[in-house]
Design a protein around this ligand. Structure first.
Ligand SMILES: Cc1ncc(COP(=O)(O)O)c(C=O)c1O
Ligand SMILES: N[C@@H](CCOP(=O)(O)O)C(=O)O
Length: 462
């Protein structure tokens, strides 16, 4: 199994190399050269299996020679043993044809744990074998950062630096990043928004002198391994509801397009997914792009679903690569336009291809609050604001196939928004009940590449 860049000019890599590399050296994102196919009998055989076994069968064909089956099975077992629900990703029925896939039972209460817990173990094994040490730098609007810190804290082969937008994450998210005391963990509060954090991370990857000097690695969803781990729960949920004998649809609260791109990969592997619905908050660039073909950035407006306050949606590049017939030069040109003009127009043919797979919708702030309140009153389910965006948009796309909406975070991560909608302040699980008492450690940084690079050079241990 080989991995190629969406911009067509970077070295072709193995799974392990692509995972340790993060962003391709031509600025593109790695994707598999071919998508392994799962025939209907193999999909049918997943029904009723433990999540860990489904994970092994779905992901193993993407690994090539990188890890033995025994190593990979052990890593999967360790990755999910700390989850607070035996099913790992349980389904809850909301209405006759509408289900919620709860992805928030991992250690940091967001869907990011599914991938991050796994790649923490994969990095550890790969780096030990190679005798190498890396500096992980990540950008977060709240959840990736806490999941990464949880997965990599205390590991001797990595330093982790997480850039988050100062004042734009919830208090729980911030404390999850700033309270771990391990010396290899560094939380950096940047003066700017998430897109600034993500742009600086990409700048560091494109500064080859810095990149090579610190052995830079990335665990944002620019890293293919992150996307791959998220493919699994599309299979577990769909087979629980009758796939491959009946098709299902998914609605995915979307920001950086990683989670929904994982659903797209599941579909490409053969999972019968009728519709993949992109749900955005008021920062709705993806909804506008998929409706009109114009991908135009504008100011990020802070919302009650802060983890989706994103305008430059990294993984959309992977979808564009396929929609443009895997033409790396065409993608590179669009990305240049994005940088110079703040946007681009998707060609008619590529837009049509995208629209054959993806539908989309948006939820305003009021609609998000009203959905939290209504779902609580009607079903007793307390949604986080991101999941509420998903539910609202899913309700506009219900059809004959069962609809599965991804619940991407635990409501206790966003207690203010939930309390404002329901009057209830959801408590944190017992194991993190003292989060508000723990002391914080954080460095405030300007939105300045040189200054951030200097700080990383100084603080890293390697
Ligand atoms: C709670 C939550 N929901 C949804 C999203 C959007 O996911 P993606 O960026 O993969 O589209 C994020 C952030 O990524 C998130 O943290
Ligand atoms: N919403 C994310 C933003 C980063 O996304 P990623 O999936 O590319 O890591 C977050 O919570 O940090």
């Amino acid at each position: 199994m080989k991995y190629i860049s969406t911009r067509g000019k970077a070295p072709v890599l193995s799974f392990e190399e692509a995972m340790l590399t993060g962003l391709a050296r031509d600025g593109g994102l790695y994707v598999p050269e071919n998508i392994p196919q799962m025939p209907p009998e193999a999909i049918a055989a997943l029904a009723g299996l433990p999540y860990e076994e489904i994970a092994f069968r779905v992901m193993q064909p993407f690994l090539g020679e990188s890890f033995t089956d025994e190593e990979f099975r052990e890593i999967i077992a360790r990755a999910y043993e700390g989850f607070g629900h035996a099913a790992r990703a349980p389904l809850v029925q909301l209405a006759p044809n509408h289900f919620l896939l709860e992805l928030f039972h991992g250690p940091t209460l967001a869907f990011k744990d599914f991938a991050m817990q796994l790649i923490g173990q994969l990095f550890q094994l790969a780096l030990k074998r190679r005798g190498e040490r890396v500096t992980i730098v990540g950008a977060t609007s709240g959840d990736t950062g806490s999941a990464a810190i949880e997965a990599f804290r205390g590991l001797d082969a990595v330093d982790v630096f997480i850039l988050f937008p100062h004042g734009r994450v919830s208090e729980v998210q911030r404390r999850q990043m700033t309270t771990p005391s391990e010396a290899n963990v560094h939380a950096l509060a940047l003066d700017g928004h998430f897109d600034d954090c993500q742009a600086r991370v990409k700048d560091m990857f494109n500064d080859f002198a810095f990149r090579d000097a610190v052995a830079l690695a990335g665990v944002n969803s620019i890293n293919w391994a992150r996307v791959l781990a998220q493919v699994v729960y599309y299979f577990s949920a769909a087979t629980a509801l009758g796939a491959p004998h009946r098709a299902v649809s998914f609605t995915v609260p979307t920001g950086n397009f990683g989670d929904i791109f994982a659903g797209y990969i599941a579909r490409r592997m053969g999972l019968p997914i009728e519709r993949l619905v992109v749900a955005t908050n008021q920062n709705d660039i993806l909804h506008r792009a998929l409706s009109t073909g114009g991908y135009m950035t504008s100011e990020v407006a802070p919302s009650i679903s802060p983890s989706m306050d994103i305008q430059v949606s990294s993984n959309f590049e992977r979808a564009l690569f396929d929609a443009y017939g895997r033409d790396g030069a065409a993608v590179a040109q669009l990305m240049d336009e994005l940088k110079s003009d703040g946007g681009f127009h998707i060609s008619q043919g590529a837009l049509q291809t995208l629209q054959e797979t993806f539908a989309s919708g948006r939820a305003s702030e009021d609609e998000t609050s009203a959905t939290i309140a209504r779902l609580f009153a009607e079903t007793g389910e307390i949604l986080c604001p991101h999941s509420a965006v998903g539910v609202k948009v899913a309700e506009e796309h219900l059809g004959t196939a069962p609809m599965i909406t991804l619940a991407t975070a635990h409501p206790a991560k966003f207690p203010d928004a939930v309390e404002a909608a329901t009057g209830l302040r959801p408590p944190l699980p017992n194991r993190m009940a003292d989060l508000y008492e723990r002391s914080e450690r954080v460095s405030r940084v300007a939105n300045d590449l040189g200054a951030i690079e200097d700080l990383i050079r100084e603080r890293r241990a390697g």
